[in-house]
Design a protein around this ligand. Structure first.
Ligand SMILES: [Zn+2]
Length: 187
């Protein structure tokens, strides 16, 4: 490999970048409840306009009192999270955001022989063990996508400026991120 970094270090560059892009003061300071998370989720998900998750039509009736949209073409009723990794989780979206923040922070400082266990995660988020394991897997998979996937784009919006003389994906990039995280007190 050209950069000389291990696969784990390359993945850690991804996690450290997400961690640096978390909001100042944390997710809790930015999102007070699941309603504000849903509002933000919609803005990010449909940044290029609202469309039906089933048939992709853009002719959508406004939100009903039940907080769902209706597709005028295929009559599908859908909520903000329909058809995404967080399908059906509208009321729990704050838990998802906080859990994702926690995963990012932990992964950003983990060596190759550490991992987050379902038991720790359950205790940290007050979840049942099976729920914790499912959420941990679901969120980790989403967060590994480019820019942290949909949830990454929801909570990791802070601009960071890697100096232009640093080669992305190399040792210097790794160390720059490492030091920037220390400076922010995330390590
Ligand atoms: Zn439709």
């Amino acid at each position: 490999m050209q950069s000389g970094l291990s696969a784990h270090d390359i993945e850690r560059i991804h996690w450290m970048t997400l961690a640096l892009r978390l909001p100042e003061g944390g997710v809790m300071a930015k999102f007070q409840d699941s309603d504000s998370c849903v509002g933000h989720f919609e803005t990010v998900r449909w940044q290029f306009g609202l469309y039906c998750p089933r048939c992709k039509a853009r002719d959508i009736a406004p939100k009903s009192s039940r907080k769902t949209y209706r597709c005028r073409k295929c009559a599908y009723h859908f909520s903000a999270t329909a058809g995404t990794f967080a399908h059906g989780a509208n009321r729990n979206l704050l838990t998802y955001f906080l859990a994702a923040e926690d995963i990012i922070k932990q992964k950003a400082r983990m060596s190759s022989f550490e991992s987050i266990t379902g038991h720790e995660f359950k205790d940290q988020h007050g979840l049942a063990y099976m729920t914790a394991r499912r959420l941990l897997k679901l969120l980790t998979e989403e967060l590994l996508l480019e820019d942290g996937g949909l949830i990454g784009r929801c909570i990791c919006a802070k601009e960071i400026n890697v100096p232009p003389d640093i080669e992305l994906g190399g040792h210097d990039h790794f160390h720059w991120l490492f030091e920037a995280l220390q400076a922010r007190g995330i390590r």
